[in-house]
Design a protein around this ligand. Sequence first.
Ligand code: ARG
Length: 652
Amino acid sequence: MTSPAPKPWEHAKSGGSEADPLAARFVESLSYDTRLYDADIRGSLAHARMLEASGLITPEDLAAIERGLAEIRREIESAPAGPTAVGVPGAWPGWRVELEDVHMCIEAALVEKVGDAGRRLHTARSRNDQVALDLRLWLRDAMQAAAAAADKVLESLESLAERQGDLVLPSYTHLQRAQPIALGGELMAWHAMLSRDRAEFLRLACASAAESPLGSGAVAGTSLPIRREQTAEALGFGGPSASAIDATASRDEALDALYAMSRCAMHLSRLAEQWILYCSTEFGFLTLAEAYTTGSSMMPQKRNPDMLELIRGRCGSVYGRLVSLLTICKGLPLAYNRDLQEDKRHLFAAYDTLMDSLAMTSRIVATATFHEVGGLDRGHLDATSLAEYLVNKGAPFRTAHQIVGSLVRRCDASGRHSLSQLTLEEINAAIAEAGVKGSRASRDVQEWLGAANVVRRYRSEGNAGRSGYREALARAIQARRARASEPEAETTRKSGPEAGPPPSLFGEPLVTGKDRHAQAAAEAERYASAYAAVGRTLDDLPYTEEFETLYRNLGAEEAGLTRRDVFHRLHNLRKAGKLPRAGRAATAPPRITPEEEAALRAMVESAVGTLGQRDQLPYTPKFDELVEAFNARVGRQTDRHTVWRLVAKLAK
Ligand code: ARG
C-alpha cells in the first residue's frame, strides 16, 4: 500500500523496528501467516460479541466491528491474487508487511474502516492469546483436511486391491524371500498404516478444539470482567484453557500435529521406497503410469520413478520441521517469546509438503499396474506351508521345520529349485529319518506347495493371503460406505463469520442424546416391520428372494448399506429382542452325514471361532469360501442358502 503507517503499539518507543528495514523484514511473519485470516476474523468476532455481552463495548461498537470485519473478509477473499498473497500485484492492499503480521493488518484495516470501535476490539486481548487461538482454529481444519487426503490414498489402495488384489507376490523379511502373499495383502498393510494416520488426524482435530486460549491475554489474564466461557463456546471449544501462562507459552498442539504428519510422511516414504524397488528391472512387479515417471536427459530408455523418490525425500523435510519446533521450544523461559512465531513457518511447511505427498501418492496408487510375478518357484516360498502340512499330519512344528530344512538342502544339492520337484518317497524318507512315527505325506501334499496354493491356504485373521485381504478390503469398503451415507462432513463445511461453531467434528450430525435415541428407535421399527413383511426367520433368510425384497424395501443400497450390514442389523435387533417372530421355516434343510456335519462345524469354527458367531458369515467372502470348501468336501453342489440353513441347524 502507501507509506508505512506507524505501528499502533509502537508509540511509546522512538520508532521501533521501522527505523531499520532489515529489522522490519526480520521481525515480520506476514509473509507466511496470512492463511490464518479466516481463524483471526472468526476469533475477533467471537471476542467482540463477548466484550459487548460483558458491557465492555457498546452494541453500536459491536455492530461497527461486525460490519468492518465482514467487509475486510470480502475484500481479502476477492483479492485477484488470492486471499493469502502478499506483496504481489493483485494482493489485498491491507497486507502491509510493515505491520508485522496477519493480526495487526486486519486490526489496522478495521480501525481505518470503523475508527474507535476498531480500537476497542483489542480490549482484554493480546496477540499472544490471539495467535494461540488462531493456530488451534487453523489446526482443527487442517487436521480434518489431512484426514480427508489420507482417505483418498485409502480409496486408491482399495480400488487397486479390488482390481489386482489376487496377484501373487513374494513377501520379504530382511529383504530375503519369505512367504507368498496376495498383492491385496500388501495393499491392506499400507491401508492399515494410512487408516491409523487418518484416525490420528481426526483425533487431533478434536484435541485442538478442547481448550480455548482466548482471554489469556499476554501472559497473566486480565482484570477486566471478560467471559471466557462464552468465546470458548462460540468457537466450538470444550471450554477456556486452565492456565493463561501455558496457553500463551506452549505449542503442544502444533507439535502433536507435526509428529502425526511426520509419521504419515514416513508411511508414504516406505511405500515409495517399496514401489521404487518393485518398478526396477530387477523386481519388475510394477509399472507406474507415464505421468508419474520422468525420462533421463542422457539415457533414452529410462523411465524414472521421480515422484516416488520425492515423496521419500520430502519425508525428511517434514521430520525437519518437527525437530525444528521441538528445538525452538526446548530452551524457552515462560511465557511467550518471539521464537514461537517460527512455529507457523514449520507447521505450515510440513502441512503443505504432506498434503502434496498424500495427493501424489493417491494418484500414483490409483494408476499403478502390477504384473504377474515370474519365478515364484524360486526361494522356497512354500517351505513354511510344507512344515504346516506336516504339523497337520501330526509332526511337532520344530521337527517339521527340521524336516523341511533337510528337504530344502536336498533340493539345492540335487539341482532342483523347488520343493514341488521332490518325490513323495523323498519326503517320507525325510519324515522317517526325523523319527516321526505314524505320519506320512500323501499325494495331497502338492496342494500345499507352490506359491499360488499357499496364498489360498492362509486362514488366520489378518493374513496376507487371499482370504485375509478380501476380508480387510470388504470391511474397509463397508466403512467407507457408512461414512459416505453420513451427512455433510465438517471438512466441507464453509467456515466463516456466520458459520458459528462447527456442528460436529467427525461428519456426524450434531444430534442430542434424545434425538439419537428417537432416530434409533424409528430405524428399529422400520427394520422390524420390513422383516415381518417378508416372513422368513433369520436362519432361513440369507440368499433368498425374500431377503432381496427386504433389502430393496429398506432402501438399503441407496443408504450405502451392504447386504451384510442389513443382516447384521437384523441380527442385533434379534439379540435385543426387537424382532417379531417370523414363524418356522416351511421346509427342513437336507440331511447330511455326521461326518459332513462335523466337517461343516469345523469350517464354521475356523472361519469365525465358534458356532455362536455364525451370524458374522452371511454375505461375506469368507462364507463364499466356506461354501466352496464344503462343496469340495461333500462332492456335491449345495447353494449358499442351504449351507446357511445347515449351519443354523448345527447351532440348534
Ligand atoms: N506474529 C506473532 C506470532 O506469530 C504475534 C505475536 C507477537 N506478540 C508479541 N508479544 N510481540 O507469534
